[in-house]
Ligand binder design. Sequence first.
Ligand SMILES: C[S@@+](CC[C@H](N)C(=O)[O-])C[C@H]1O[C@@H](n2cnc3c(N)ncnc32)[C@H](O)[C@@H]1O
Length: 230
Amino acid sequence: MRIDILTLFPNMFEGFLTESIIKRAINDGLVEINIIDFRKFSHLKHNQVDDTPYGGGAGMVLMCEPVVEAIESVKDEDSLVILTTPQGEKYTEGKAMDLKKYKHLIIVCGHYEGYDERILNFVDLELSIGDYILTGGEIPAMAITDSVVRLIDGVITKESYEEETFSNNLLDYPTYTKPATFRGLSVPDVLISGNHEKIKEYRLNEQIKKTKLKRPDLWEAYNENQKSEK
Ligand SMILES: C[S@@+](CC[C@H](N)C(=O)[O-])C[C@H]1O[C@@H](n2cnc3c(N)ncnc32)[C@H](O)[C@@H]1O
């Protein structure tokens, strides 16, 4: 898979691309990630890429020309162009699974007040990472990239993501590691019993308990799924 991220602030991605699992995925050739600076596509003095909004109002607006030309410089028949925006479809693990199927993602980061609305004619999908406003699309672009890359075959074990929160509408089960007792708090006996059947049963019960308590919406979806599978 290739992911091209279009941004006004390429330096924000330095740590993201050079640490941990993302770094390893790049080094192992499982994903190619390019950071592309809109300013390279400016035709104006001082590489200007934004201007004041028509009709007045606060802040600066990203111009069509550099953004659309940046998209066109990398786009081909395999590309899906994503715009990060708080006005987009809410991003979920399910969406990450969909995005994983594409060969090429182009992620456009807005900044300042936003972007010229005509840019929407050149994108396939608008994604929001939640109902709050960030200063720019860089953190959303990292969130989307990170969640998709970890699903690419070979990046982490399939078992790691197949059993985790959201994979079957249940929250993940609780996990523990050494020491077996910390400040009087002990690991549940069943986990050190060596009885794999009992451990499986315990974990599923814990998943159900947690989901009912913390995410009744997921619990409902889980039950709906169980009914339709029957
Ligand atoms: C300050 S925001 C602009 C908000 C815009 N004026 C509005 O009210 O819809 C600047 C940029 O940050 C990004 N952004 C901010 N919050 C976001 C969110 N929750 N999800 C995705 N992108 C977001 C988008 O790229 C957006 O264009």
